[in-house]
Write a protein that binds this ligand. Structure first.
Ligand code: HAM
Length: 415
């Protein structure tokens, strides 16, 4: 016999009681997002590969090695979305004027071909936000404050907002040249990857995890050294606005982010409750070309699996107990089972959570099932109860039983 099929490596089924925690997080998030006037957008999971290839940056890890890309039978190059921003920009590019000040959010699965480990999945879920409009420091700060409000609504323990600036596109060539100049003398001490990055994407040397590179990087001038005064003023205003909005943050001069579309403000939120994969979320301001359209905005993506990892067990338990107590209908014979069908309909209409046996199990088996499914109340009917118009009401917490008339059952249960 062949083995039972399993989900693919790095992808998992999300089931109760954890799925109720997800639902609570999503419900609370929707409330916060509505208060900031963001609307949901649901874009397809499969996109033309070009949507991602041209926007994330040729040297980004995602494009180089993490895209699930394939050719359709019709010969189209498509991919499973590795993140949400480019897909949402593809959508907004077709909306003309309307896209210029759109405020949208999305929740859903993303796919990256990474080596799975704690907090790193091949299918993972993001809650993402994109706020369109030209560079405005106050707007960047408002979006960061929205992110803080989400973490607050989720009662997430201590998190750290790490903030930096990448400057404007006019600053980029000066920054790259400046960094290369300072690194040139130390090139042979850098790891092999970073030696390659010196040419392809020198900014990424700053967040290399190899101890030798980390040491060298500490001695470099901060990238703000090569920025125009206007860019520094922009960053200053972001920070001042965050102070006004009472969002605590730290400036991290080595933060660069792994996607090429960023400019000006970038940030990451980390939690000490997580291990090596400690980034709960990342975001920043960006500019992206989609065909003829140029789109500008600021946003972030939160890794939902990591949020769950960062929640304490007590919080998870609190978030998952939203199910109503279960009422189980037990029948002694077929006539009672038939009568229970309409009783179940009445109880469900009154908003109660109800289950009954539909397969003709014995009384004993039905009572066992009630115990297994953690029923709070069992309503038992047989010949005598049908004639009398009553049910035997069994309170499963103390096994006490009493006879109750049918008219009173709904009212008592709702209470
Ligand atoms: P990102 O930093 O690539 O940014 O991803 C955002 C978050 O998604 C990460 O901080 C992490 O929590 C989660 N994440 C990423 N990869 C994995 C994985 N393999 N397994 C589990 N969680 C993961 C973006 O995706 C940008 N689109 C964010 C953005 C929106 N910037 C502007 N707007």
């Amino acid at each position: 016999m062949s083995a039972i099929p399993q989900p693919l490596q790095g992808m998992s089924d999300i089931i109760s009681p954890e799925v109720e925690v997800w639902q609570t997080l999503e419900t609370r998030a929707r409330e916060v997002l509505a208060r900031f006037d963001f609307r949901e957008v649901r874009t397809p999971i499969v996109e033309m590969a070009s949507v991602y290839l041209h926007s994330l940056g040729d040297t980004s890890d995602i494009v180089q090695k993490q895209m699930y890309a394939f050719e359709t039978r019709g010969g189209k190059q498509v991919c499973l979305r590795p993140e949400g921003t480019a897909g949402v920009m593809r959508h907004l590019a077709g909306r003309g004027q309307e896209a210029q000040d759109a405020r949208v959010y999305y929740m859903g699965p993303m796919f990256r071909a990474e080596r799975p480990q704690a907090g790193r999945r091949r299918q993972f879920h993001q809650l993402g936000v994109e706020c369109m409009g030209p560079p405005t420091p106050e707007q960047d700060a408002e979006v960061i404050a929205l992110q803080a409000a989400l973490f607050e609504a989720w009662e997430l323990g201590p998190v750290s907002f790490q903030l930096n600036t990448r400057g404007s596109p006019e600053d980029f060539p000066r920054i790259l040249e400046g960094l290369r100049g300072e690194l040139e003398a130390r090139k042979s001490d850098l790891c092999e990857d970073c030696q390659r990055r010196m040419d392809s994407n020198v900014l990424r040397v700053l967040d290399c995890k190899v101890p030798g590179c980390k040491e060298i990087v500490q001695e470099l001038s901060p990238i703000t050294t090569w920025m125009d005064p206007a860019s520094l003023e922009y960053f200053d205003r972001v920070r001042k606005t965050l102070d006004l909005l009472k969002v605590p943050y730290e400036v991290n001069p080595l933060l660069v982010r792994g996607l090429d579309y960023y400019q000006h403000s970038i940030w990451e939120v980390t939690s000490t409750a997580l291990g090596a994969q400690d980034a709960l979320s990342g975001g920043g301001r960006y500019r992206m070309a989609m065909g003829k359209a140029e789109l500008e905005g600021v946003g972030f993506g939160i890794g939902m699996e990591r949020v769950l990892l960062a929640l304490s067990e007590a919080q998870q338990a609190k978030f998952s107990v939203d199910a109503k107590p279960l009422v189980m209908l037990v029948a002694q014979n077929d006539a009672a089972r038939e009568a229970n069908l309409s009783l179940a309909a009445d109880l469900r209409r009154a908003g109660l959570r109800v289950r009954m046996d539909l397969t003709g199990k014995s009384m004993k088996a039905q009572m066992k099932a009630a115990g297994r499914q953690n029923a709070a109340t069992v309503l038992i009917r047989g010949e005598a109860e049908l004639t009398a118009g009553t049910v035997q009401w069994r309170d499963m917490s103390n096994s006490e039983q009493q006879e109750v008339t049918l008219e009173k059952v709904v009212g008592l249960l709702v209470k």
